[in-house]
Design a protein around this ligand. Structure first.
Ligand code: ADP
Ligand code: MG
Length: 348
């Protein structure tokens, strides 16, 4: 069998975990990242540092790989599209373009008759006439947001008027859902109606950043089934290849809403590394490299805890881990407040 070389754009912790999964499958990885300190260079076979618009560097990358995927959604569409003319990119660049824009993403989900939060596009500061209906709400940049970045809580028109932000960028105002719980469904699509789907994962956020994830999620049967069905419907409609994650809200009346889609492996799915026979990362590599599909088997219930900022220091060089605890250090050079530095998975 000839060796496959997988190109991964983005060199953060998701890129690292994809590279680790690929290695296990005897697949070579080449990571392209604009950050010279990208942690994933510690785990891949080859690392190329360059700007995502740098045509020369991108063509060097293309020459070294057979197939390309990406670990985060904010990659310029033109770059993915250019690569895709020469080597296959999965998921398709058009999927990425759709999902990186919060309004296009929500319009798409609603067209499938799947519920999202109520939302309105805000293009300029004077667009406040019809806002009352969407308050209290959260104003978000339509593109480039993550871990709660670019989000502003808006309780009143007064809050809105006193915002000092650049409206040339494009925003979405979302009605605040009175949250009872948040869950996510991670799914890998291999082709027409061919899936591996993980059970819903329950997520706890603090300051809009994921703090804990656990299985089983404490949800009723209807939500259990509906969240999986909606994830399948979305993946099928996108003709998606690889792993994707659907983030959901559950309100106090047990209504389910799609919050957002991540066209990639997801933080809430880290527990799949230890809790299932095949992780979300391995499934992604298997799907994009066209390898065979292996039926998922759950090994254990589990809880994952994100280690933010200096919390990582308590675990580095620690010998205190129990046999059911698994520590991952993302090997990021710099500790920053609220930065995801590593995680612990505990099998329950
Ligand atoms: P990000 O791209 O940063 O993950 P999200 O839209 O998922 O952005 O928001 C992050 C978190 O903020 C959510 O998981 C949720 O806890 C909270 N949040 C965001 N939008 C809403 C909303 N409309 N109603 C209630 N909570 C929200
Ligand atoms: Mg989110």
């Amino acid at each position: 069998m000839s060796e496959i070389s997988l190109g991964i754009i983005g060199g953060g912790q998701l890129g690292s975990m994809l590279a680790i999964a690929a290695k296990k499958l005897n697949i070579k990885t080449v990571i392209f990242c604009d950050d010279i300190d990208a942690p994933a260079q510690n785990f891949c076979d080859q690392f190329i540092n360059g700007n995502y618009y740098d045509k020369e560097k991108i063509s060097e990358f293309i020459n070294h790989v057979d197939v390309v995927t990406y670990e985060f959604e904010n990659i310029p569409f033109e770059t993915l599209n250019e690569i895709n003319k020469v080597k296959p990119v999965f998921p398709k660049p058009s999927v990425n373009r759709l999902i990186q824009h919060r309004i296009a993403e929500k319009d798409f989900i609603n067209k499938l008759n799947i519920r999202t939060t109520r939302y309105v596009s805000i293009e300029k500061k004077t667009d406040i006439d019809a806002l009352e209906d969407f308050l209290p709400g959260i104003l978000k940049t339509t593109t480039l947001g993550y871990d709660g970045k670019g989000q502003y809580p808006i309780n009143s028109i007064k809050d809105f008027n006193s915002l000092n932000i650049d409206f040339s960028k494009g925003y979405i105002l979302e009605k605040l859902v009175k949250l009872k719980q948040e869950i996510s469904v991670v799914i890998t699509r291999f082709g027409n109606n061919k899936y591996e789907i993980y059970e819903p994962i329950e997520n706890i956020h603090e300051d809009q950043i994921l703090k804990h994830s656990r299985i089983p999620a404490n949800i009723n049967d209807k939500i259990f089934t509906q969240s999986k069905e909606w994830a399948m419907h979305i993946a099928e409609e996108l003709k998606y290849i690889g792993t994707l994650c659907v983030e959901y809200f559950i309100d106090r009346n047990d209504n389910l809403y799609v919050n957002e889609i991540a066209p990639r492996v997801h933080n809430s799915g880290h527990l799949t590394i230890n809790a299932f026979n095949i992780s979300q990362f391995e499934n992604h590599v298997r799907a994009v490299c066209n390898l065979n599909q292996i039926p998922l088997k759950k090994i254990s219930n589990a809880k994952m805890i994100n280690l933010l900022g200096a919390q990582i220091l308590n675990y580095r060089n620690s010998t205190k881990l129990k046999a059911n605890e698994f520590f991952f250090d993302y090997l990021k050079k710099e500790i920053k407040e609220k930065r995801k530095m590593g995680h612990i998975t505990i099998l329950l």
